[in-house]
Unconditional design. Sequence first.
Lengths: 336, 181
Amino acid sequence: MLDEDQETLAAEYVLGTLTAEEREHAEALLTFDSGFEAAVRQWERRLGELNVMVEAVEPPSKLWDRIKHEVSPAATAAAAEASHDLGEPLAAEAGSPRDLYEPPTVDVPTSDLSLSAEAALAAETADVSPADTSAALPAAEPRTIERSADVIYLANRVRRWRRLTLGVAAIAALLAIYVAVGQTAPDLIPARMRPAGSGMVARSDGSVRMQQDRLVAVLQQQPTAPAFLVTLDTQNRTLIVRRVSATPETGKSYELWLISSRLGVPRSLGVVGGEEFTQRPLPGNYDVDTLRTASYAVSLEPSGGSPSGAPTGPVLFTGKAVESLPAAQPPKPAKT
Amino acid sequence: MLTQAELVVLLAAIANGDVAAFEQLYGATRAKLYGVLLRTLGKPELAEEVMQETYLKVWKMADKFDSTLASPITWMVAIARNRAIDIVRKKGEVSIEDESEAMEVAADTPAPLARREMTEELKRLLSCLGKLDPEKQRIVLLAYYSGWSRDQLAKKLDIPVNTIKTWLRRSLLEIRGCMGA
């Protein structure tokens, strides 16, 4: 059972009273928190009956033509393409082949979604578009050909994470406000972990300009209480995680994830240690640009981290990196 | 109007790519969905756009429909409303005329139905709603039928937004307690 905050979020999501930001948050939760998803479905059932009282209004008759037009060619194209590509039918219990051709659910230029998994998927399925209908087979045929479960699974995962990265990006815009750590919480990172003379430049107005090789992400549930502060030193390839207010349950571990549309699926940045601070070399060869644009998330996993390499537990905290470094004290003179 | 069981059968056929079944489903549900969308979106052009998106989604996701979790019409209305609310929220600062237009459309909750027209589920929900204070009942219903945010509800009803927030939270938790899982 969810706590009352989560339950209210699910209920208000269905009721429709959330702000755009809160909806983004709820939608991100929906993609990977099955408990939250179940609560939303329950609320849809509880409140959905109210539609019975809404007066029916006849839509314009031309609307059906538009809908039908979008549906029919896609179906025939799928049938044609599937039967050409797969020499033999696969008798797997997979979802509908149409899954594979679902367009992105959010309006983002496809070129921005250079997901590696998506590329792999495209290679497997060949590119199908309504324009390929010239060789259309009878529409009745598509269901005789099934994809293997693996491919469907991949397709679903890609879609899920694509939605997730977009959702998280929007939440992050919100969170970024609180990432003005330099002004509001100057001592979130202890002095020994600050890079020596890291190139902060004091300006005459007293503000501090940070050197561009530090990325900081605050991961939090409530805007007022950061739970993790993640600092990435992209020059020295180090990662520092500070647990600010989060306490892990016994027998569980927090695991940090890097979520980027460039990577397709979340990549583990390792388990957050039991101490207040975790410092370690930054795993992987992610380039600075990926790290800068990525979102970061912490999920609750079995002790020692996710057994599968993908998040399995609820994602508790999300946030986005900003290029910054908390200023601990009046900044030292800029490095020469 | 087709029965719920007939709609479930249609969805199963649609999951198999049956365009004729899709047309039947459209015929049986279009006026309800369009009514819901007009209420939330106010503008016919927008409502038509979301109709199109909704039915395409239904076509693609018919195999995901689970009749143990929802009735077909509830499932479809949820898809449509979700999209509509996303649009009105993300448009953010809708121009003032837009907003007042939508507000007029949605200003009142629908007229009550005769009891015999109600589904069992609806009766159960209404009896739980009936246990709330009248003003809280009104807010929950108004929120559902208009798709207004807490801010809009506060403005429209001239109640502080924090009060709206607290009332909604309490009301929803009470409804959950009353209806059970």
